[in-house]
Structure formats: C-alpha cells, structure tokens
Write a protein that binds this ligand. Structure first.
Ligand SMILES: Cc1cc2nc3c(=O)[nH]c(=O)nc-3n(C[C@H](O)[C@H](O)[C@H](O)COP(=O)(O)O)c2cc1C
Length: 411
C-alpha cells in the first residue's frame, strides 16, 4: 500500500496513481481529448480569478455544511460519475461510495460501472445518485431507470454531453481496450504493473470473471467489447428534450441534467422539469475547445439559479477552486479524477485521503477569506484579473472571463 500520508495534495495522489496503473489505464483517466485545450483551460481559468479576503471576521466554528435538494451534506462536494473506479481497484465503486458516505457527501454511480447498482446500493450506504447514458433503444435505458428507482437511488443524473464519443487518440495509441485485446505493447504495460495485475485484474478473473459493464441489461451486457475504451457505449445522437421530458415523467425523485454549458440549455432543462443542472465539459474529455464551466457558471446561475440547483465540475483540484465556484453561485462542486487518483492509489483510504485534502483546503481558505459558512461566500470575495471583463450577473457582479466572450458580448 502506498504511503498516503505523503500525499499532501491531489497532484501527489495523481503521481501515486500514475505509478500504480498501466499507462493505458492511467491515460484513460487522466487525459482529455484531441489537443487537450479544454483540459488545460479547465485548470488555467482558476488562475484568472483571485481571492479578496476579509479580515478580523471571527472565523472560529467554521462549517462546510450545505443543503442540496433538501438534504444536508457535510461538505460542498459530490462524487461525479466516472464508471472506471472498478478498474482502478477491485470493486472500486463500492470503496468510493463508502468513502463518500463517511464524508457525508453524495456519490454518483455511472451507467458504465463495473459493479451492479443493486450491489452498490446494498453495500455502500450514504446518499446515492445514478447517472444515465441514454441508448438508442430507449426502452433499455428506461429499464435502468426503473432498476435505479427500485434500488433506492435518490437522484437521476442524465448526461447530455456525450451523444457521440470524444476523440481520444491516446486510447488507440495505447491499444487499451476492455476486455484486454492482447497486444505486445499493452501486455508489457500490464506486466510492468504487477500490483494492479494481481490486486485488481486477477481478483476479478478468479472471482466473477473478466470485468464487465454490470449495469447493462442482459440484452447488451458484454465483457466490455474490445473497442477502444470510451468508444463502445452505443451513444445516442438523436437524444432531444422530449427524451428528457419522458424521463421526468417516469422518475419520481430529483432529476439532474449533466453537461450543460449554455444558459439557454439550462433554462430548457429547468422547463422540462429538471431539479438541477451540472455545468460541465466532462472534464475536458469530449469536445475539445469547449469553454470551461467556470467561465459560463455566472450566466447559468443567472438563468436558472433561483429555480434549479446548479452544480459544476471539471478541473477542480484545490480547495481554492471549490471556494471560487461557490462564490460564483454554484450550490456544490463535483469531483471526478481527484477521487479516482485516490482509489487507484489506495482504494477506500485513498479516496478518503482525496476528500480530506479538499476538506482541509476548503476549511483553510474559508478561514483566510473571513468566512464561517458556505452561504457567506459571494463575488465580493473575488477579484478578476481582467476587471474590464466584468458584466452584470445574478444580482451581484458576475463575470465574463474570456476576452473572446467579452468581444461577443460587446458586438
Ligand atoms: C475516467 C473518467 C470516466 C468518466 N465517465 C463518465 C461517465 O460514465 N458518465 C458521465 O456522466 N461522466 C463521466 N466522466 C466525467 C465526470 O463525471 C466529470 O464530469 C469529470 O470527471 C469532471 O472533471 P474532473 O475529472 O476534472 O473532476 C468521466 C470522467 C473520467 C475522468
């Protein structure tokens, strides 16, 4: 087991994950798409927002508690759906869900997980959300929704930014497929990571067999066909707002639309009855060049913040990042890769470590900013490198961070 106490931040956990995982698998987790412009911008954008602290504010007794969809949570974080934790650690989804439950934050199970939703619901505890990819055969997707309802999932997260697969050339280059279609390159890659081979892959092979998409209905359940990872999901490019309305009718709990980057789409989602939206560019993994969610967050909050819950993800690695998004009006932040690095580094304790890094960092930032509670955060705590790029937004100063955005606004 790696020395997790030596991981002082998420980047350290990422380094441990990189050492432990075969290169093909690590890159599948870590990288973006095409030229990775969005992946880089997701991080760079945070450097264009500075913090403006207040002092002598008496900040003892700080709390990170938030209320989301009527339930209180101990931190302003949600675990984003990723469908890969089970390949980074044996039954990694359960390990990650348990870490989330202990931390008092929701966990989202992805359609493409290696562990069945019923098993996760039985063993994980905590508040569970289920993420849905719609398939061309809608009745199969609706079966999944019914299973999620019967298993006690509290929210349905419909992902709408992956109607076709992102162009992830490194997967092709690495020859990384599930099940592993053996090539000299990837066998060497796996052999050079015996810890992963023995503790993850071999454990599946000797217990339940080759990992497979356990949530898929039996008609299409397969040991994850030997197509490059991320290209095998049978995405549905005919998906439209009527599909969302149909889901609204059949799903009795909270409905969240994930992958929104335009305020008009946020309005459409809310009009279709969605309770929440996730402003997201899929961690820079689908459309390269897509704007960073932080850049459009104020507009989305402006558009629907009063009638829908606004979550945001993509690129959050530090407590400062989380605090900036909350100050811009997000109700909570989703994290994807940080807890995946943690799971790969050390299973449940690794995920706990990732979450506790965020907890400590958020707490420190709040203290240094002069805030005792999340509800106190607002744009008064922010300073934008390009002050001229400010525009009106959600009752307080909002922002247009990109010069290009400003240019469009001024036209
Ligand atoms: C390896 C990996 C797999 C993912 N799989 C899914 C998925 O199955 N469904 C989904 O809605 N989002 C998926 N995502 C996107 C995440 O839910 C989330 O939007 C993204 O990871 C946030 O960015 P971050 O990783 O920088 O935190 C995946 C992300 C990663 C890194």
């Amino acid at each position: 087991m790696a020395d997790l106490s030596a991981a002082y931040n998420i980047a350290d956990l990422c380094e441990i994950a990189k050492r432990r995982l075969p290169k093909g698998l690590f890159e599948f987790v870590d990288r973006g798409t095409e030229d990775e412009v969005s992946l880089r911008n997701n991080r760079a954008v945070f450097e264009r927002i500075m913090l403006k602290p207040r002092t002598l504010a008496g900040v003892s007794g700080r709390s990170q508690e938030i209320t989301l969809f009527g339930n209180s949570h101990k931190m302003p974080l949600v675990i984003a759906p990723t469908g890969i934790a089970g390949l980074l650690w044996h039954e990694g989804e359960i390990a990650l869900a348990r870490a989330a439950a202990e931390a008092g934050i929701p966990f989202t199970l992805a359609t493409g997980s290696m562990t069945a939703m019923e098993k996760v619901a039985e063993q994980a505890g905590g508040e569970l959300w289920f993420q849905l990819y719609m398939w061309p055969d809608k009745s199969l997707s609706h079966q999944l929704v019914e299973r999620a309802r019967a298993s006690g999932f509290k929210a349905l997260v419909v992902t709408v930014d992956g109607v076709v697969s992102g162009n992830r050339e490194y997967n092709l280059r690495n020859g990384f497929t599930i099940p592993f279609s053996f090539t000299r390159k990837n066998v060497t890659d796996v052999m050079m990571h015996p810890g992963w081979l023995l503790n993850v892959l071999a454990k599946y092979v000797f217990t339940t067999g080759m990992p497979r998409y356990e949530n898929y209905p039996s008609e299409i359940k397969y040991k994850v066909t030997a197509r490059p990872m991320g290209r095998s999901q049978m995405r549905n490019d005919s998906l439209n707002w009527d599909d969302l309305k149909a889901l609204r009718k059949m799903w009795p709990h909270k409905l969240i639309v994930k992958g929104i980057l335009h305020p008009q789409d946020a309005i459409m989602a809310a009009d279709c009855g969605a309770d929440g939206v996730v402003v997201s560019n899929h961690g820079g993994r689908n459309l390269d060049g897509a704007v960073s969610p932080i850049e459009v967050l104020p507009e989305v909050v402006d558009a629907v913040g009063k009638r829908a819950t606004v979550l945001v993800d993509s690129g959050f690695r530090r407590g400062t990042d989380v605090v900036k998004a909350l100050a811009l009006g997000a109700h909570a932040v989703q994290i994807g890769r940080p807890t995946l690095y943690g799971i790969a580094a050390g299973g449940r304790p690794g995920a706990q470590r990732a979450i506790s890094i965020f907890r400590d960092e958020i707490d420190r930032v709040m203290a240094l900013l002069g805030c005792r509670s999340i509800s106190e955060l607002n744009t008064d705590h922010l300073h934008f490198a390009n002050a001229a790029a400010f525009s009106a937004g959600h009752g307080k100063p909002g922002l247009k961070l990109l010069d290009s955005t400003k240019a469009v606004a001024e036209r």
